[in-house]
Design a protein around this ligand. Sequence first.
Ligand SMILES: NC(=O)c1ccc[n+]([C@@H]2O[C@H](COP(=O)([O-])OP(=O)(O)OC[C@H]3O[C@@H](n4cnc5c(N)ncnc54)[C@H](O)[C@@H]3O)[C@@H](O)[C@H]2O)c1
Length: 443
Amino acid sequence: MSQQAPPVLSVIGTGYLGATHAACMAELGFQVVGVDVDQAKIDLLNSGRVPFFEPELEELLQRARESGRLTFTTSFAEAGQNADVHFICVGTPQQPGAYAADMSQVFGAVTELAPHISGTDLVVGKSTVPVGTAEEIVEILKNTAAGGVEVAWNPEFLREGYAVQDTLKPDRLVVGVRSERAEQIMREVYAPLIGDGVPFLVTDYPTAELVKVAANSFLATKISFINAMAEVCEAAGADVTQLAEAIGYDPRIGNRFLAAGLGFGGGCLPKDIRAFMARAGELGAEEALTFLREVDQINLRRRAHTVDLARKTLGGDFRGKVVTMLGATFKPDSDDVRDSPSLDVAVAIYNSGADVRIHDPKGIANAQRVYPHMDYRTDLTDAVTGSDLVVLGTEWSEYRELDPRTLTSLVRTPAIIDARNVLDSVTWRAAGWTFRGLGRPTA
Ligand SMILES: NC(=O)c1ccc[n+]([C@@H]2O[C@H](COP(=O)([O-])OP(=O)(O)OC[C@H]3O[C@@H](n4cnc5c(N)ncnc54)[C@H](O)[C@@H]3O)[C@@H](O)[C@H]2O)c1
């Protein structure tokens, strides 16, 4: 690699993580080539469009394309020959029928890239992986034409909905390396961010790999902790929102990620804690993570509880009832429906006999692909008209701002379950609604 010119980067896998990383690195001034096996995705990205919804990303992508610094291809040869640093950003989904991660995309991408890279290149893992993966990639590369290529591990902490901001202004950068040269290249790649004062932590491979799953496990635990408190509040007639506010004032606890509700979902937290448990088991450390099984169970129980609460609110029977689910995505400001709690609940209510309509500002197309038989409505008024029960399942801002008085004339029965605890129960009850929250008293 040239000492003078900045490194040219390739980003392998252009999904939520890779497309964001590629556009942001081009924004920072690097020449970047994005690679994916999905031709339709590459065509879309090359036309300046983002194949998913993420605030700010399309503008950034278009700017980067116009600058000539960002291109996309399906050719590993093109990426391998033109770039010096290769970020692996492919998916690591849960294996069907198991807790462990399916690593075929990661090992497949590295194997395809290997014949096209040279001994001075650096392969940088960003996907969330089981500890030990960097070491496995070193072995794969040893046995190919790319023998001698170094590996670094650089986990990604971005949040969907804030992906651009999180990439350009991360809380920290973590880099697992095995040589000063690899560290130096990573410092060069992130020089603009390091210059802005972003903490840059250099570790060994296993620590870097574990940092990511440890962080996700902590966040999942915090959410499930407050949802466990919600279960107790329900039994005791207490209000978990007040409880959370009160304990959150203690700076050792803090109020972030302490919102009781329908729990976590998405393409990361659930599969990451499961893969972490599976890997700990392989390493003989399963006892250390048995609590994560409970974290997962508490989280899934909230979904079942919401279905039960809906049934109770409707008088014990879903048949002949119209239920409107507000939200299909696993969180607001994203179109991602992977393991979405609201979609899961909507489908469970449908399977129990209700006529279910689903509204979402951005997630309908993705939800339709997974559950084509469900009834999706793009217009909110249409979605709630004639409804017997409205369930707020994803806290999009437009749902937070709903006026109960306007809705009263549209629905058949004014009843709502606020499964994200974002509405003002007093206002809704004053407007004549039956109002239920999770972990909150019934009246
Ligand atoms: N989405 C997030 O918020 C987020 C945040 C941090 C970390 N991560 C991690 O990043 C990784 C990617 O997640 P994602 O949400 O972007 O997934 P994704 O499914 O949106 O994207 C993966 C992409 O990789 C492509 N791909 C698959 N096999 C390939 C191959 N052999 N060569 C090239 N491309 C290939 C797919 O076509 C797809 O476009 C996962 O490990 C995830 O846990 C995701």
